[in-house]
Design a protein around this ligand. Sequence first.
Ligand code: AMP
Length: 117
Amino acid sequence: MTEENDTIFGKIIRGEVPANKVYEDDDVLAFEDINAAAPTHILVIPKKHIVNLFDAEEEDAELLGKLMLTAKNVAIDQGLEEDGFRLVVNNGAGVGQSVFHIHVHVLGGRNFSWPPG
Ligand code: AMP
C-alpha cells in the first residue's frame, strides 16, 4: 500500500513484519492475533488501507462483503461451524480500536457473554 499505511497491519501486508497467515488473496489477508482473546482468534483485513468503518465508502461495499465471507470461511477452516463464532469490529479508539487499519476479529472456541464487555 502507500506510505500512509504505517500501521502494524500495513507492515504485515507488505511482509515487513511476520504473521501466522491462515488465508491470503489479492484483496484480503487473515492471520492469527498475536494476543489471542480466545482459543481461535483470527484477524481478517483488507489489503486496501481503510482506517475503520467511518472511513469506508460506497465503493468499498464489495470489499467489506468479502471480509465477512472470508471470516466465515476462516471460521469453517478453524472448525467452528458447529459451535459458532463471534465477529468484532472496533471502530474508534473510544471502543478499543488500537490498530487503525480496519479488521474483523474472528473469535471462537469458548463461551461468550452478552452484552459484550
Ligand atoms: P483492535 O484493538 O480492535 O484494534 O485490535 C487490534 C488487534 O491486533 C489486537 O487484538 C492485537 O492483539 C492485534 N495485533 C497487534 N499487533 C499484532 C501483530 N503484529 N500480529 C498479530 N496481531 C496483532
